[in-house]
Design a protein around this ligand. Structure first.
Ligand code: F58
Length: 835
């Protein structure tokens, strides 16, 4: 049927020359050599590792694109419902290793590259991370794309093609310095689609008129236009032909490269300025995590991306010539946080203003199309846009928002005739000066399902920030989908030896497609040879990390020490400050011991990594303190291997792939009720590390799955946090005595200029200790003592690790995506090969 689309006279010629991509080692080598010599215009006589990477990537890209074409043809032909995942962030990391493993050709590539004189690991290392995200939210989107393709769901991701991803972090004199991340120099994984371009309108004004039937027509006129150009990235599924698409939009001046008229009349600067202003929209990823700053350019990014994506989705829908009412049967759009919420307004605008549907009919289509995922309860992270700003940038959208709100408040009023207050609480407009649009409220009103990302979090949104909406819409609109991670990247790719060992014990690599098969490992928990191999793999992973630390920090760490890792964005709610205070406490205790006592202590390496938002002063202080503590502790002869404190520069996806498999213990210690889910907790346990954590986010479900003997939980519960904060503010607040000693050491200048860290101490001692560092400090230290004790019993420790891994099946993003598909999207898989 697909073949019939080529006219008969040309069909034979096309089919005769169909491209197949390489089939074996020889074919791969010949593709690599061809790309070196022609595509890259390098000669085989000076091919370095970087050129070898480029050529290998191009060879794999060629293969991917063939599968990608087939998948798209199949999906178009089947014309079944598709999922569109709208996310401002996709934290993809490297693509080559992932492509090789998902296609199942890594061994071929390894052998081929070896014959050409390269070690595959070195070649893989040449690739620059695609770092179009801040942290958990962006990485979740990337894991979802992997699962959607692996499970054969017809799905597209839509995002922005930032010229600069999250900044590169350098540590200079202990301080974070931000360096731009220009990642597009050579990117073989993207395909510019210059033919797919959409004009996006901003500013201007709305003109109202009446048609023959007396209906009011609103027309959005004037303003300026920017062009959105599509760039596509193929997303290969694991062990399937399905190759989905990630479409990223790039902004260009609408009037061609620049305005030649202005240029010719001597206005050089202004003609270039127009062009640059347009290109600024997709220039840079905002580096804030869990903080909303309300900048105009950010709003422009959001509308630009949302409008281009919807235009594209609607164009595809229209090809099938179905009536509008079938739109929600063909299209499911998931909003990754509130960032794409304007899509709700934009679709309502298109349906009513441009397509002529009645308001109610349109609104019914809109609400059945969208689902909204919430990722935070932190008030400072909930998006709000000022009414004057939206009025200026998107005048017609503001009117529609007001109309949506009016309709909504009228139904609420009918439902609760005697409750005036509820109207103010649920209103999309906040009556402040200036008025603000509450994007979460708009997202809830415009979607048919709202989900949180872990059980506790989903309960919390229903009982706190969205409580009134549960009253209005009923509880069924709100649901939970606990996050997951892709075992392909986070086990098979990051920890190939462990993946191989698990395959040997569970009967092949099937567990990578059905992670619950890990439970077979429990049968082998007492198998001596297996345990030995397990321990050797962990040790080898630690040796690799130790080498990295030596090379980058210049510090020698002993791989036999307990590696205690906290890597994630730096944030007060994640409490890296508590961790470094704990390390200082350990240091002071060791210093106070006799040499004999010291010999009995468990050696530790305290490893930190993570970026601070450039404007987040406290987070930057925390990084500075960690580095200063390291400088003292790591050079203290009394201490030696007993304690090392390391800050790993520029934590990103590819570093995570190295660090996570090397951890014995990782820290997930947010103030209870603040971390929506966390996903690195899952990655660490899946790689045979144990965790110390609070009863927060997915830690709770991890505990339920792996058993409470296999996790080190501590600290106050979410339900008690509010009362504790209250007593800090209005009652007596005394700092924990152990913590007070830590503060004294800092204030005595032991770790450099004490004034640099005064803010961190004041936050606890004088400003109400909002994150409960002091309240949790005692149980944190006690639990670390239990960790030391447990680690000394190496056999017991390994049993805990193996048992935990065996019970982690639930946390695959495949399970998570299947839940979204069934409960929220109502979509079915579609295989490329069964026509
Ligand atoms: C994270 N959010 C949550 N936001 O903090 C984490 O608990 C959860 O596991 C993860 O989402 C996935 O659900 C997060 O990473 C951001 O980085 C936003 C970036 C844009 C501005 C607002 C925060």
């Amino acid at each position: 049927i697909v073949e019939a689309s080529i006219p008969e006279p040309q069909r034979a010629a096309w089919l005769k020359h169909q491209v197949g991509g390489f089939k074996d080692k020889d074919g791969f080598e010949s593709e690599v050599v061809r790309h070196v010599e022609t595509t890259l215009a390098r000669s085989m006589f000076n091919c370095d590792e970087s050129a070898a990477y480029s050529a290998a990537a191009l060879a794999f890209r060629d293969r991917l694109i063939l599968e990608w074409n087939r998948t798209q043809q199949r999906q178009t032909y089947a014309d079944s419902k598709r999922v569109y995942y709208l996310s401002l962030e996709f934290l993809m990391g490297r693509a080559l290793d992932n492509a090789m493993l998902n296609i199942g050709q890594k061994d071929v590539a390894r052998a081929g590259l070896a014959e050409l004189g390269f070690r595959i690991e070195d070649v893989i290392e040449q690739e620059h991370d695609a770092a179009l995200g801040n942290g958990g939210l962006g990485r979740l989107a990337a894991c979802f794309l992997d699962s959607l393709a692996s499970l054969n769901y017809p799905a597209w991701g839509y995002g922005l093609r930032y010229r600069y991803g999250i900044f590169k972090q350098e540590i200079i004199d202990g301080y974070q310095v931000e360096v731009p991340d220009y990642w597009l120099d050579f990117n073989p994984w993207e395909f510019p689609r210059h033919d797919i371009a959409v004009d996006i309108q901003f500013y201007g004004n709305v003109v109202k008129s009446t048609d023959e039937s007396g209906k009011t027509i609103a027309t959005w006129e004037g303003g300026e236009t920017v062009k959105a150009v599509a760039y596509d990235m193929p997303i290969p599924g694991y062990a399937t032909s399905t190759t989905n698409n990630l479409r990223l939009w790039s902004s260009k001046a609408a009037s061609g490269e620049f305005d030649f008229q202005k240029f010719n009349s001597g206005e050089y600067e202004s003609s270039v300025a127009d062009q640059q202003r347009a290109e600024t929209i997709s220039a840079v990823l905002y580096p804030n995590d869990n903080l909303d700053r309300g900048k105009e350019l950010r709003l422009k990014q959001q509308y630009f991306w949302v409008a281009a994506s919807l235009y594209d989705i609607i164009r595809r829908f229209k090809k099938s010539k179905r009536p509008w009412e079938e739109f929600p049967d063909q299209v499911a759009i998931q909003l990754n946080d509130t960032h794409p919420t304007l899509a709700i307004v934009e679709l309502q605008r298109i349906l009513t203003d441009l397509e002529g549907l009645e308001w109610d009919e349109a609104w019914n289509i809109v609400t059945n199309t969208f689902g909204y995922t919430n990722h935070t309860v932190l008030p400072e992270a909930l998006e709000k846009w000022s009414v004057p700003l939206i009025q200026h940038l998107l005048p017609r959208h503001l009117q529609i928002i007001y109309d949506i709100n009016l309709e909504f408040l009228q139904t609420v009023e009918r439902q609760f005739p005697n409750d005036r207050d509820i109207l103010g609480r649920v209103s999309i407009i906040e009556e402040t000066q200036p008025k603000m649009i509450r994007m979460a409220h708009l997202a809830i009103v415009g979607s048919h399902k709202v989900n949180g990302v872990a059980e506790l979090h989903s309960d919390l949104i229903k009982t706190t920030i969205f409580k009134d909406f549960v009253e209005v819409f009923g509880p069924d609109k709100f649901t939970n989908v606990t996050n997951g991670i892709t075992p392909r990247r986070w086990l098979h790719q990051a920890n190939p030896r462990l993946s191989g060992l698990i395959a040997a014990k569970t009967g092949g690599h099937e567990f990578l497609s059905d992670l619950t098969l890990l439970n077979k490992l429990e049968l082998h928990v007492d198998d001596k040879a297996f345990r030995k191999e397990w321990a050797e793999i962990k040790y080898a992973n630690k040796v690799r990390l130790a080498k990295h630390i030596k090379a980058t920090n210049g510090v020698t760490v002993n791989p036999s020490s307990l590696f205690d890792v906290q890597v994630k964005r730096i944030h007060e709610y994640k409490r890296q400050q508590m961790n470094i205070f704990g390390a200082i406490h350990r240091y002071l205790s060791l210093k106070a011991m006799t040499p004999e006592e010291r010999k009995k202590q468990q050696p530790r390496v305290s490893i930190f990594g993570g970026k601070a938002a450039p404007g987040y002063w406290m987070a930057k202080q925390i990084i500075h303190l960690i580095n200063n503590v390291g400088a003292v502790v790591n050079n203290d002869k009394d201490i030696g291997d007993l304690l090392k404190v390391i800050f790993i520069e520029d934590y990103n996806v590819s570093k995570a792939e190295m660090i996570i498999p090397a951890s014995d213990l990782s820290e997930h210690i947010s103030t209870a009720g603040t971390e929506a889910s966390g996903t690195s907790n899952m990655k660490f346990v899946l790689n045979g590390g144990l965790i110390i954590g609070t009863c927060d986010g997915a830690n709770i479900e991890i505990t339920r799955e792996i058993g409470e003997n296999n996790i080190f939980l501590f600290g106050n519960l979410a339900e008690d946090v509010e009362d504790l904060r209250h007593t800090h503010t209005y009652g007596k607040h005394t700092v924990d005595p152990d913590l007070a000693r830590v503060f004294e050491a800092i204030e005595s200048g032991t770790f450099g200029n004490q004034e640099d860290f005064a803010g961190m101490i004041t936050a606890v001692r004088e400003h109400g200790d909002y994150y409960l560092v002091s309240d949790d400090f005692r149980s944190y230290l006690e639990t670390h003592a239990l960790v030391d004790e447990a680690y000394r019993d190496q056999e017991g420790w390994i049993t805990k690790c193996i048992t935990s891994v065996a019970r982690m099946g639930f946390f695959s993003s495949d399970r998570c995506i299947n839940e979204y598909a069934e409960e929220i999207w109502n979509v079915e898989p579609l295989k490329v090969d069964d026509e």
